[in-house]
Design a protein around this ligand. Sequence first.
Ligand code: HEM
Length: 141
Amino acid sequence: MTIIVTLKFIHYLAIVFSGGVLVGAGVIQSVHTSVNQIPDLTTAKILRLLGYIGLLSLIILWISGIILSINLYGGFIINSSFTIKIIAAGILLGLSSFVNFHVYNSSKNNLPPNKTIMKIATMSGRGLLVVVLIFAAIAFY
Ligand code: HEM
């Protein structure tokens, strides 16, 4: 009982972090776009850190989610909404890993991250998170 409550709390805390990172990084990017500037070195470092935190929170969501599914429902076959939720969560994890890898490589080569990749990734990330939340709500209503 205590372990389940703790895992749920960790799951919810990680949701707050992943959402916060997406909103925060999105606002920083859109303000830069609106004034037609690229992020300076400090802001780029902040964005990189936010990217790491986002990936870390998704990994925590997966670990806590897997343990919760096994303990509460005996596996991952719960209902179709849950299946959609974990597929979207999987794509989100892949997307975040890819973006972190791209940002890491660009900064290693002293180049700014590709604008188009970053824009598409931020938009898809937001959309996917909303999809995961909607199907989580339907799956466990
Ligand atoms: C982006 C990733 C994820 C987000 C945003 C997310 C979001 C949520 C939310 C909002 C709930 C609460 C639903 C409710 O109680 O009505 C929830 C519960 C749950 N999630 Fe996730 N989740 C994510 C990833 C995962 C993954 C990858 C798994 C499993 C492989 C998972 C397994 C579960 C389980 C089993 C519960 C239900 C616990 C219960 O019965 O109360 N989640 N999730």
